[in-house]
Design a protein around this ligand. Structure first.
Ligand code: PMP
Length: 321
């Protein structure tokens, strides 16, 4: 097993699901001649299994699987499993690792066939990795908020890379945004679209509270259709807020009452400053706090699952060695 600086990464991961089999972590390898490695031709997902009061449950798992299949469709990849088989495989690998909460990372990728840009001659393969992943932007961030900047890197323009597809290749753009932010002392960067309007973070959607309304950029070719984004729009409307999907000018970031990120990894993270300009009162605002509270109540199973978002980890799922 590889060691990095004397630390064994992912020590608690025992098994990875690869093309229909549960393989040991040490053997979960992808060949150097795989198309995906050379050309970024993989689609992936990030979902979470939460420990709820009623036992472990995955949050909006079928929606994540659907988005994965949609991403694959855009890139003309046929997933060799049904969505139901895919869900069973996810539960199998979770149980094989004995996790009661974890991050879930399915990847559909082009394997070994012919190297060359044309992906059609490389088979579509699947792996599902799961691991323990805490708070992406830090524990403090949920309450205290994070300091972010507007990135000098734009999000991809429509007609360049399809933003609705969660393709690994897109994340080179995300990495540029993230690296620039960190290098300059920020936690995260916000990318603008090619017309200079607000798009999203490197791995999060964004919401702005202004004049009593909650605004978020539309699905118009520069953002990922985030599942947390959709959940927050529903929860906020349930709570009586007006939520509007609209194009948003950059300067709204500087005059907003509240701003927060949403994402599976980041959950709901308040933003306390943008480009060193304080957002609102400089701490989590009341709207952010309310939607956070409602979101956490759902994922902890503390309230009725009105929208049918939790899929319990089935006890009968096979644990195959
Ligand atoms: N935008 C980008 C670029 C992302 O990588 C993510 C994380 N998947 C999101 C938004 C948030 O999406 P979700 O809420 O489905 O995790």
């Amino acid at each position: 097993m590889p060691e990095f600086g004397g630390v064994m990464p992912y020590e608690d991961v025992k098994k990875v699901w690869m093309n229909g089999r549960l393989v040991d972590f040490a053997d979960a390898k992808v060949h150097s001649f795989s198309h995906t490695f050379h050309y970024g031709s993989a689609m992936f997902e990030g979902a979470r299994l939460y420990k709820t009061r009623q036992g472990s449950a995955a949050f909006r798992l079928d929606d994540h699987i659907k988005r994965l299949y949609d991403s694959c469709k855009v890139y003309r990849m046929e997933v060799p499993y049904s969505q139901k088989e895919f869900r069973d495989a996810i539960f199998d690998v979770i149980r094989a690792n004995g996790f009661d909460e974890c991050y879930i990372r399915p990847v559909v990728y082009r394997g070994v066939g012919q190297l060359g840009v044309n992906p059609f001659h490389s088979p579509v393969e699947v792996l599902i990795a799961v691991w323990k992943w805490g708070r992406y932007l830090g524990d403090e961030a949920l309450e205290g908020g994070v300091d972010v900047c507007v990135s000098s890197w734009n999000r991809m323009a429509p007609n360049t890379f399809p933003a609705m597809a969660k393709a690994t290749g897109n994340y080179l753009n995300s990495a540029l945004i993230k690296m620039e932010a960190i290098t300059n002392g920020y936690t995260e960067g916000i990318a603008l679209d090619n017309a200079g309007r607000i798009s999203e973070g490197s791995g999060e959607n964004i919401f702005i509270v202004y004049g009593g309304r909650i605004l978020t950029p539309p699905l118009a070719g520069t953002i990922l259709p985030g599942i947390t984004r959709d959940s927050i729009m529903k929860l906020a409307r349930d709570a009586g807020y007006t939520v509007v999907e609209q194009q948003i000018a950059r300067e709204m970031l500087y005059i907003a009452d509240e701003i927060f990120f949403t994402g599976t990894a980041a959950e709901i993270t308040p933003i306390r400053s943008v480009d060193r300009i304080t957002v609102g009162a400089g701490r989590r605002g009341p709207v952010t706090e309310r939607v956070q509270k409602d979101f956490f109540a759902v994922i902890r199973g503390e309230v009725e699952d009105r929208h049918g978002w939790l899929t319990p980890l089935p006890v009968e799922a096979a644990v195959r060695a």
